[in-house]
Design a protein around this ligand. Structure first.
Ligand code: ADP
Ligand code: MG
Length: 907
C-alpha cells in the first residue's frame, strides 16, 4: 500500500520535473521554474529515487546531484537535455546555429506529425523572427514545447480577417474606405517627404481604363526597389507592364485622391500568391523582436502560409493527421482537422470560417473534458481520507465566532463535511461566493475537521500578500484579536475539543531562512497542523505527509488540472480539495473548466453587510471626491485610491481587459494626441500627500516594491496607522480592512468588470456606510476632448472625412466603456456582473483564460453549448472504451499539451 503510494508520488514528481524542464528550456534556463530554485526540488527527487525507475536512472547517473544554480545557461541546457533523455523525452534542439535548410524541391515529409516540425525549419522564418514569434507565444501562454513548432504557429489563429474579395476600379474608388483594385503599375520611385525630406517613402502611379491614381508608402523606400525591378522585368514581354493588386484606404491629398500605404501584390509573377490582397485576408497578433521591431503583417502571412503548406504530402489538402476518430467527427458534424486549420487561416467565406472555428472549438472542449474525465476516473478510484463530520473542535470554533453563520455558509459546510466524512472518492469542491461572503470561515472549519481527524491541512493563495492576509485572518479567527507579534511566521491556538494547541504557520517566498527551516521540519515530521502559503511553495517544496485537505483560494489560478501537483505530498492518501472563488463563474464556464468539481454557491452576504454605494465621478469633479474622502478620514475611516499603472515605465495595465493584442490592432483609432493622459500611482501619491490629502497619513503600495516594504505598508494600513492607501490593483484580492469605507478607482475603463468588482469588495466590510467612486470621463468630457482633437487634425490638413470617421468610432468606443461601468453602478451582484462581463468581453478571450492560465480556450465561445455537450458526451464514451487513451495517441498528446500549457502558472 505504502509502496504503491510512494510510487505514485514519485511518478507525479517525474511529471513535475518534466514540466519544469520544459518551462526552463522555454525561457532560456533562468532557474525560475521552481520558486526557490531547482536544486531544492532535485533534493526531494533524490529522496524518492528508489520509487521510480526513471528517477532511479537519473540518480544513478548523478543527474539529480548537479548544483543547477551554479551552472551557466549552456551547461543547464546540456544537463536538461540529458535529463529529458532519461525521462524518455526528445531533447531540446540545439539553438546554436540554424538547422540546415531543407533541400530545394520540397523536402521529404519528416517521419511523424508534420506539426511537430520546429518552426525554424521553415524557409521564410529567420532566427530573429523565430525568436520574436516564440516570445509572443510565451506571452500569450501558447507555447507547449520549448521550441516553437509548426503546430504552435498554425494554432495561432488570426485576430481578424479583412474582406478583400471585392475589386473595384480606379474610377470608382471612394475616399475614406478600404478598397481593392487591380491596376497597371506605370511607374515607381523613392521620394523624400515631410519637412526637410526626413521621411523616405515610395511613390507610384497605377491605373486602369477608368483612370490613374497616386500611391504612397510612408517610410518604405524598399518597395520602390521591388516595384522598379518588376517594371524592368516586364519591359520586354508582350504586355510590357506589370499588373499590381492594391488594397487600402483612399485619402485626399491637395484635392486629389491617393492610396495610402496599401497592401500590394504584383500579379503574374512567381511570387503572386493573393495572400495579402485577395479574399479574406488574415491579420495575426503582433510579434516583435527584442529591439521592438515588428514582423510585418505580410511576412507573418508568408510564414504561416509556408507552415500550412509544409504539412502537405502531395495532395492539395493539408496533411495534418486528425486525432479525432471519424465516427465522432461525423456524429458532431465537424470538418476534418486539416480543412479546419486551413479555413481558420484562409476561409473562402464567413461560413467556412465559422465551420473551422466550430471544429477547433470542439477540440478544445474535448481535450479539457478528457483531461477532467481522466482526473475524475483517477480520483474516484481513490478512497478519500475519512474525516470526522462537525467534530467538537469545529462546533466550538463556530460557536466562538462573533457572528452567526449565514445560511449559505451553513449549507456549504454541510456539503463539504458530507464529502469528507462519508467515504467514497476524495472531495473536489468549488466554493463560489461573492466578495465578502465569508468563504474563509468555511475553509477554516474544514481545515479544523482535518486537524481533528489527526491530519494536516494546507491553504494556498495566489500571491504573498494574500497568503499573508489569510494567515492573519486565521490567527484572528482562532485566537481572537490577541496578536503575538514576536512570531510573525507561526502561532499556536488552544481550541476546545483538543488537548494540544493547533499550530499554524505561514510560508511564502520571503519567509526568512531560519523560521523556514523550522516550519519545513515541523511540516515534515507532522507536528505542524496547518500550513498557509502561496500555491508554488506548497506545491513544490513542502513535505506534508499527513495532508488530508488542501484549500486553494482564487482557484482561477489553481484549477482541477493542477490537482496532481498535490498528489504525492501526502502519504496518507489522496488529499481532499476545496477551491474558493470570489469571481462567480457562469455555468458554461464552470462546466468547461471545472467539470470535475462539485460546486457550492453562497448567494448571500453576511447580515449587516453594507450595500456599497457606487458612483461615476466625472474627471472635472475628481477633487470633490477627494474632499469627500478627506471627510471620511476625519471621521476615522480609511480609504483606497487605485490607479491602473505604477508609473510611466509600467505597461502592464495599458490594455483594456488585458487583451493587449486586440487593443494593439485598434490603437490607431485614438491618436496619441487625443488619448486621455493616464494617471499613475507614483505621481499621484506625491500630489495627494502634498496637496489635497496633506492632513491625512497616506501610503503607497505597488507590485514593484520589495515584499518587506509591501508588508510594512499593508500592516500600517491594517492597524490604522495609515488613512489612505494609494495603490495599483495589487490590493485586488482578499485585503480585509473593515474600517475602510471608500474605494476610489482612477481610469476604471482600464480594468475588467470582474476586477473592478473585486476592488470594490475591499470596502463595505465593516459597520460603516461605504462608497466606490469610479473616476472617469463624462459623456460631455469625452465629447469635448475628442472634438478638440478633431479640430486639431482638420487644421493639420488631415482628410476631413477620415477624421470624421475616426471621431465617430472613438465616441462609440467611449460610450461602450461607459456602459460597462454602468453595470457596476447598477448592481452589487457579482453573478450579474460576471454575466454582463462575459457578454461584453472582446472576442478571442471569452473564457478569460489568458489571464487565468487555466486552460487554453481560444476558439470556443460561451454560447457553444451544443459543442460543449457533445464534447462531454463523447469524452465519456471515449474514456469508457479506453480510459488511458492508449489507442488514441493523438488525443492523448492533446490532453498532455493542455497540462504543459498551464505549467508556467504553477512555476
Ligand atoms: P471572502 O468570501 O471574500 O473571502 P471573508 O472570508 O474574507 O470573505 O470574510 C469577510 C469578512 O466577513 C471577514 O471579516 C469575516 O470575518 C466576516 N464574516 C464572515 N462570515 C460572517 C458572518 N456570517 N457574519 C458576519 N461576518 C462574517
Ligand atoms: Mg477571501
Amino acid at each position: 500500500m505504502t509502496t504503491k503510494r510512494s510510487e505514485r508520488a514519485a511518478a507525479s514528481q517525474v511529471r513535475a520535473l518534466r514540466n519544469i524542464l520544459t518551462m526552463e528550456a522555454a525561457n532560456g534556463f533562468p532557474d525560475k521554474a521552481v520558486a526557490g530554485g531547482l536544486d531544492r526540488f532535485l533534493e526531494t527527487l533524490r529522496g524518492q529515487a528508489g520509487a521510480d525507475p526513471a528517477l532511479k536512472s537519473l540518480d544513478e547517473r548523478g543527474l539529480l546531484s548537479v548544483a543547477y544554480a551554479e551552472l551557466d545557461a549552456a551547461r543547464r541546457e546540456r544537463w536538461a537535455d540529458e535529463a529529458r533523455r532519461f525521462l524518455g523525452d526528445r531533447p531540446t534542439p540545439r539553438s546554436t546555429g540554424r538547422p540546415a535548410r531543407p533541400p530545394e524541391p520540397p523536402p521529404a515529409q519528416p517521419a511523424g506529425n508534420p506539426l511537430d516540425v520546429p518552426l525554424n525549419a521553415l524557409r521564410s522564418v529567420n532566427r530573429t523572427q523565430a525568436a520574436a514569434i516564440k516570445r509572443m507565444l510565451i506571452r500569450r501562454r501558447m507555447l507547449t514545447t520549448p521550441d516553437p513548432t509548426v503546430r504552435d504557429l498554425l494554432y495561432l489563429f488570426p485576430l481578424r480577417h479583412v474582406d478583400r474579395r471585392e475589386r473595384t476600379s480606379v474610377g470608382k474608388l471612394r475616399v475614406g474606405e478600404e478598397q481593392t483594385i487591380e491596376a497597371v503599375l506605370w511607374e515607381a520611385y523613392e521620394v523624400r517627404l515631410g519637412r526637410g525630406g526626413r521621411i523616405r517613402a515610395t511613390e507610384a502611379v497605377v491605373g486602369d481604363d477608368t483612370g490613374n491614381i497616386r500611391v504612397i508608402w510612408w517610410g518604405n523606400p524598399w518597395i520602390a526597389q521591388q516595384l522598379k525591378k518588376a517594371i524592368a522585368a516586364t519591359a520586354h514581354t508582350p504586355n510590357g507592364v506589370p499588373r499590381i493588386v492594391l488594397s487600402g484606404k483612399v485619402t485626399l491629398f491637395k484635392g486629389k485622391r491617393q492610396m495610402e500605404s496599401p497592401e500590394w501584390e504584383l500579379q503574374g509573377s512567381a511570387t503572386a500568391s493573393g495572400l495579402h490582397t485577395a479574399g479574406l485576408v488574415p491579420f495575426y497578433p503582433t510579434a516583435a523582436t527584442a529591439k521592438n521591431k515588428r514582423i510585418p503583417p505580410r511576412r507573418m502571412r508568408e510564414i504561416v502560409r509556408e507552415a500550412l503548406d509544409s504539412t502537405r504530402n502531395g495532395g492539395d489538402r493539408l496533411g495534418i493527421p486528425d486525432p479525432l476518430p471519424d465516427a465522432v467527427r461525423e456524429d458532431v458534424g465537424l470538418l476534418p482537422l486539416g480543412d479546419a486549420v486551413e479555413q481558420a487561416h484562409y476561409p473562402a467565406s464567413e461560413d467556412e470560417k465559422e465551420q473551422a472555428r466550430r471544429r477547433l472549438a470542439f477540440d478544445e472542449f474535448l481535450a479539457i473534458q478528457l483531461r477532467v474525465g481522466m482526473e475524475r476516473n483517477y480520483t474516484s478510484s481513490q478512497e478519500g481520507i475519512g474525516l470526522p463530520s462537525f467534530p467538537p473542535m469545529v462546533e466550538a470554533f463556530i460557536a466562538s465566532l462573533p457572528f452567526e453563520l449565514t445560511q449559505g455558509q451553513r449549507d456549504a459546510l454541510d456539503e463539504a463535511m458530507q464529502d469528507v466524512s462519508t467515504g467514497g472518492r476524495p472531495m473536489s469542491r468549488l466554493l463560489q461566493g461573492d466578495v465578502g461572503s465569508g468563504k474563509t470561515v468555511v475553509a477554516v472549519a474544514m481545515l479544523l475537521a482535518a486537524v481533528a481527524g489527526g491530519y494536516q491541512g494546507a491553504m494556498m493563495a495566489p500571491t504573498e500578500v494574500l497568503a499573508d492576509q489569510h494567515f492573519l485572518n486565521v490567527r484572528r479567527l482562532l485566537s481572537g484579536e490577541q496578536h503575538s507579534l514576536e512570531n510573525p511566521d507561526w502561532f499556536a491556538a488552544t481550541l476546545e475539543g483538543r488537548e494540544e494547541p493547533v499550530t499554524v504557520a505561514l510560508l511564502t517566498g520571503s519567509t526568512r531562512a531560519q523560521p523556514r527551516r523550522e516550519i519545513l521540519r515541523m511540516a515534515e515530521e507532522g507536528s505542524l497542523d496547518l500550513l498557509i502559503g502561496t500555491h508554488a511553495l506548497i506545491q513544490q517544496q513542502v513535505a506534508l505527509p499527513n495532508l488530508a485537505l488542501a484549500v486553494g483560494d482564487e482557484q482561477h489560478r489553481f484549477g482541477v488540472l493542477q490537482r496532481e501537483a498535490l498528489r504525492g505530498k501526502s502519504t496518507v492518501g489522496e488529499p481532499h480539495l476545496l477551491l474558493m472563488s470570489a469571481t462567480p463563474i457562469p455555468r458554461t464556464l464552470a462546466l468547461t473548466l471545472y467539470g470535475g468539481l462539485e460546486i457550492s454557491t453562497m448567494r448571500e452576504l453576511p447580515a449587516g453587510r453594507q450595500e456599497i454605494l457606487t458612483r461615476s465621478v466625472e474627471l472635472a469633479r475628481a477633487a470633490d471626491a477627494e474632499n469627500y474622502l478627506l471627510t471620511q478620514v476625519r471621521e476615522g475611516r480609511q480609504c483606497f485610491i487605485v490607479y491602473p499603472r505604477i508609473d510611466d515605465a509600467d505597461d502592464r495595465y495599458s490594455g483594456v481587459d488585458d487583451d493587449d493584442d486586440a487593443t494593439d490592432e485598434d490603437s490607431d483609432l485614438i491618436p496619441e494626441s487625443a488619448a486621455l493622459p493616464l494617471l499613475t500611482a507614483v505621481v499621484e501619491y506625491e500630489r495627494l500627500r502634498t496637496t489635497t490629502l496633506a492632513e491625512a497619513r497616506v501610503g503607497l503600495l505597488h507590485g514593484r516594491m520589495p515584499l518587506p516594504e509591501k508588508q510594512a505598508v499593508m500592516d500600517a494600513f491594517r492597524s490604522g496607522e495609515l488613512d489612505v492607501l494609494v495603490s495599483t490593483p495589487v490590493i485586488e484580492v482578499g485585503i480585509d480592512v473593515p474600517n475602510a469605507t471608500v474605494m476610489m478607482i482612477q481610469s476604471p475603463t482600464r480594468f475588467g468588470l470582474a476586477q473592478l468588482h473585486q476592488l470594490r469588495g475591499r470596502v463595505g466590510r465593516g459597520a460603516h456606510r461605504s462608497y466606490c467612486f469610479l473616476v472617469s470621463e463624462s459623456e460631455d468630457e469625452t465629447f469635448q476632448r475628442l472634438s478638440d482633437a478633431r479640430q486639431r487634425r482638420v487644421a493639420n490638413g488631415d482628410d476631413w472625412r477620415e477624421v470624421e470617421q475616426w471621431f465617430r468610432a472613438a465616441l462609440a468606443q467611449a460610450e461602450s466603456s461607459r456602459e460597462r461601468l454602468n453595470v457596476l453602478v447598477r448592481t452589487n451582484d457579482g453573478f450579474e456582473i460576471a454575466e454582463a462581463d462575459l457578454e461584453m468581453r472582446s472576442q478571442g478571450d471569452f473564457f478569460g483564460t489568458r489571464q487565468s492560465g487555466v486552460a487554453p480556450v481560444r476558439m470556443a465561445r460561451p454560447d457553444d453549448r451544443d459543442l460543449l455537450d457533445a464534447s462531454r458526451e463523447h469524452a465519456g464514451r471515449i474514456l469508457e472504451a479506453d480510459p488511458e487513451l492508449s489507442t488514441l495517441s493523438g488525443l492523448r498528446a492533446a490532453v498532455d499539451r493542455l497540462t504543459a500549457a498551464v505549467t508556467d502558472e504553477m512555476a
